[in-house]
Design a protein around this ligand. Structure first.
Ligand code: ZN
Length: 199
């Protein structure tokens, strides 16, 4: 396959991408190692011609890009992706896309806001469908983390109440300062979960 036959969707080098440094470092290692051993590449370098050329993008997955470069000596193709993949229970996701959606959720933005930013930066954005799917998954992660933190906090509160000897009718309680008043929270279901009721 000649260089002209290689698939590509974009050879415009005057654009911007978010590139994971570890990924690009590995790619540079691969091409420089090849160029230092390939006789054809060494001949080109001796004449002052670049032995490896970046051709452009062959695929985009949201904000993640797949790029191709070739040895100009004998046409060996090197490809790399600008983002790591992250395995989730719903399948593999590109880390850059997860981070982009996470950032919008954290700051109160959304898909349109993200795409306004990426368009201004000269970068690809995310389709609404992809954004919504990731937003839903991240929402579940946050809910799960919150649930675990609430259980951990409940266990700690029980420990503190027992340590202080604070019991009401045999059930440990903590005192919650709420404005100028104080409210006792009785933890009525210790041993089953961290559910508390106030009175
Ligand atoms: Zn070569």
């Amino acid at each position: 396959m000649s260089e002209a036959d290689l698939p590509r969707i974009n050879s415009n080098m005057n654009e911007f991408r978010i590139i994971n440094l570890e990924q690009v470092s590995k790619h540079v290692n691969d091409v420089t190692l090849h160029a230092s051993l390939c006789e054809e590449a060494k001949n080109l370098a001796a004449k002052g011609d670049p032995p490896v050329k970046l051709l452009g993008e062959v695929q985009q997955q949201g904000m993640a890009s797949f790029l191709h470069s070739t040895c100009q000596g004998h046409g060996k193709v090197f490809s790399f992706c600008t983002s790591h993949r992250v395995s989730t229970k719903h399948g593999d996701r590109f880390e850059v896309n997860i981070r982009a959606v996470w950032a919008q959720m954290s700051t109160g933005g959304g898909c349109n806001k993200l795409n306004e930013v990426t368009a201004t930066l000269g970068m690809p954005g995310l389709h609404q469908r992809t954004f919504s799917k990731l937003e839903n998954e991240i929402g579940h992660w946050w809910t799960e983390v919150l649930r675990k933190e609430m259980i951990a906090a409940g266990i700690e509160e029980r420990r503190l109440a027992e340590e202080a000897g604070d019991y009401h009718q045999g059930v440990p309680f903590i005192t919650v300062v709420k404005g100028k008043s104080q409210t006792q929270l009785q933890c009525s279901r210790w041993g089953r979960d961290s559910c508390c009721r106030s009175y």
